[in-house]
Design a protein around this ligand. Structure first.
Ligand SMILES: [Mg+2]
Length: 226
């Protein structure tokens, strides 16, 4: 059996910048601050890590209370931002998930830096949420490796058994952070260059496979199903 943990942003969807817009809208609405520091990196990072950097960059205290306020405002803005921006499910994603769903030898999971409510909102917007049976989300977690451990644990709970050597874990993601967190849980990693990193950049992180996108359904199915 294979458990496939998919990253969301840059892997399954391109939100058209809706996530970043919702973060910036939250900063303005909740803290009265217009983003002045555009150097805060988003790709492959958890919501809490991004929010912590945004608060610090604008000389706000990184307290649990401020992170909570920020998150609530972010989740409030996200649906409107998703509608405003012209995002899309990334090429090949829907066909691949349709080919994998319902198989007893594949479990479809998520492994994302999004908090669960944000992940659900983004995937539902693009009609993809129903494909996933379990997931690791970044609620109350800052480090992506901890999210990976949470995803592994959720998969064990879903299956009602421990993950042993008969089960192969895979992480599918678009950044070197996805490779690193995959290694943290003993997973193989398929890197996909539909996000912020090119094939060559991803190769330096040494994933097991690198593809330019997820359109070659047959090639990908050959990795995961007999
Ligand atoms: Mg990503």
């Amino acid at each position: 059996m294979n458990i496939l943990f998919f990253d969301i942003d840059g892997t399954l969807i391109d939100s058209g910048g809706a996530g970043r817009l919702a973060m910036e809208s939250a900063l303005l609405a909740e803290f009265g601050i217009t983003v002045s520091d555009r150097h805060v990196p988003y790709a492959g990072r958890t919501d809490a890590a991004i929010i912590g950097d945004l608060l610090r960059a604008h000389e706000l205290d990184v307290t649990p209370e401020n992170i909570k306020r920020f998150l609530v405002a972010y989740l409030g803005h996200l649906p409107v931002c998703l509608t405003q921006r012209q995002g899309q499910a990334l090429p090949g994603v829907r066909l691949l998930l349709e080919a994998l769903q319902g198989r007893s030898d594949v479990l479809l999971g998520l492994l994302t830096g999004n908090v669960e409510a944000g992940a659900t909102n983004k995937l539902s917007h693009f009609g993809l949420n129903h494909f996933f049976q379990c997931g690791g989300f970044a609620d109350n977690l800052v480090e992506r490796n901890d999210v990976a451990r949470a995803a592994r644990q959720r998969a064990e709970q879903y299956l009602g058994r421990e993950i042993d050597e008969t089960i192969t874990l895979w992480v599918i993601g678009d950044t070197p952070h996805d490779v690193t967190c995959g290694r943290a849980i003993g997973a193989r990693v398929l890197a996909v260059a539909t996000g912020s990193h090119s094939v060559d950049q991803l190769k330096t992180a040494e994933p097991d496979h690198v593809v330019s996108d997820l359109t070659d359904t047959d090639q990908l199915l050959a990795l995961w199903v007999k």
